[in-house]
Design a protein around this ligand. Sequence first.
Ligand code: 26V
Length: 753
Amino acid sequence: MTMTDTLTALTGKPLGECTNGELYLSLLKLVNEKAAQQIRPVQGRKLYYISAEFLIGKLLSNNLINLGLYDEVRSALQSAGKKLSDIEEVEPEPSLGNGGLGRLAACFLDSLATLNLPGDGIGLRYHFGLFHQSLSSGVQKELPDPWLTENSWAEKTDITYPVKLGGKKFTARLYKLAVTGYEGRTNTLNLFDIDTVDESIVREGISFDKTAIDKNLTLFLYPDDSDEAGRQLRIYQQYLMVSAGAQLILAECAARGCDYHNLADYAAIQINDTHPSMVIPELIRLLGEKGIAFEEAVEIVTKTCAYTNHTILAEALEKWPRTYLEVVVPQLMPIIEKLDAVVAKRTKDKSLAIIDKDGKVHMAHMDIHFTHSTNGVAALHTQILKDSELKGFYKLYPEKFNNKTNGITFRRWLMKCNPLLTGQIENLIGTGFHKDATQLTKLLAYENDTSVLEQLAAIKKENKRELCRWLKQEQGITMNPDAMFDIQSKRLHEYKRQQLNLLYLIHQYFEIKAGHLPPVPLVSIFGAKAAPAYIIAKDIIHALLTLSKVIAADPVVSPWLQIVFVENYNVTAAEKMIPACDLSEQISLASKEASGTGNMKFMLNGALTLGTMDGANVEISQQVGNENIYIFGQTSNQVIRRYAAGDYKASEWYEGDPNLRRAIDFLTGPEMTAAGSSELLSRLQTELKNKDWFQTLPDFSAYVVRKGQALADYAANPLDWSRRCLVNIAKAGLFSSDRTIAEYDRDIWHLGK
Ligand code: 26V
């Protein structure tokens, strides 16, 4: 049967007569049928990756690629006058994550299935994922982002588990989403929900009654937790996930012959950051119900579970007041207390306790004590955990600590998002890199091949034009594809330092006005959402939007400088932006970005990195060599020392550097306040001048110099720029999540088949 016949059988009428919506539904069916054929029985240990976030993005094209159907489907549609890209538009994006942590979980599921490893995800079926960002009036507004349609990828099952929340009984229902591997097996993403959630309680924006948990439990991803009800709701969500998840794990293992004493032979559980940490006491509780004594249950759980730390930011390490846990999960508190008593026997160091003197429960501490592995997500990050943040734990359990540098799936972040580049690479080195990313080093043979380098540059140009077309259509923005495209896209956070980029852009504005023209026009593109209650982050967005207006209205500056803020940055937007990037901004304060994964995506798509020695930038620079990356700024040791000394004074830097002072003063100058809100702008100015917790000012001048160098190199020798892009692509193999997953399996999981 041809693909046209298959699809026609599914639609029930000639393809040319179908709407894109009808074709989408048929393709969804086709994918699910084909995926089901690749489900394999499990032998030995199976992984359960528990995560509050799975930022899976749109699934149709990716599944078609992984199942080997993409080309056939595309040509069948083409002969009927239909375009696969139009059908993709019909699919809503499941934005079930905030950023890197959730996207990593999605990449890991892809790699597990591709490597033929048995590994399922466990998470929540949020009705609205991360909010939809609107920027219409110069400020961010949050709106619900629905993704669930009648026929969604997540299929409802009859499988339910009882879960007690706040002493009341609830029923968790399992939804299953097929995870296809590239020429591999099909695994499952298990998402839990309750039937009583009521979308109609959403009021203005994303506000809703936070107390009615039967109606709101899985309504939103990470609801605003700036108040107590929001924080408690987060714990309710987490417990729903881990309790239903733990019951699912026990049921699946029992069905395969496990008697619970030998749970670790059947299951490996990876705790993705601290959001799922309650799975530890919950499993101990459930094993107790099966007749297993506390001490043995602790041993079983420790052998089964492993923990990944994704941040060293103190405010992001979850510590819940015990009074909250007593309300939300009273059944766990006695177990957590017993675990705390076990810790007290192991060490006298009170800073390693689970429950501190103020009655706060430290979730990460529970993870480290009661799992067999704690890993960081890039070499530098793991080193900092061992040397400072988790030093006491490292002393107690050196054998538990290990590094697993993050990775990304090349199926989505090269083959799917950049077909032109993929085609060129295939022509040069074949298709082996699809599953063995290290083969990309074969591209180095073309380092001095002018026609290859010219073609690479032409592909970049075409991707830039494509981004121009898309942004014209979406936001009515016109951009010059001959300019350098510089992109900073990631969550908005002060440690990531979008404000450093902002200060640079103000500086450039002054330079251009003074007649110091840059060697090439610059389009500075941002994509970023700020957490709804994060005031300074929102002020940074406002400042960028305002500056963008000021520059656009200036006839002298605008031919040389443009700021573009992509509204509602998500996976779909990332797939359009990343292939079109020349310069990738990875400018976090050294020591603060655990790894970063956007840095890897940009590199793989032939952008050069402008970055600090932070997170995986360190490993990227080792891979490509200093001449193929732009590194600047303080080192992590310098930063850590400065924090320890506590003697950083932003005001001294402000006073000491006239360029910096000029840029910061400009925030509340007449041009900016005429175009934006003086209240928001001066709040940001005050923060930068007097606090600047993430040390933007000390890195400012080095950043200006390094970025100037990048612009000069880009303009002076396009062929050499292209050569350096080629080196970046060739050396990106290390950052495949296939490599990361193989290492997790080798060192931590030891999965069966
Ligand atoms: C969460 C919160 C919540 C409270 C307010 C401040 C704050 C700041 C950061 C976070 C994120 C915590 C976890 C996280 O998303 N980490 C990211 O994980 C990625 C995958 O390992 C990694 O590449 C990023 O560097 C890291 O920031």
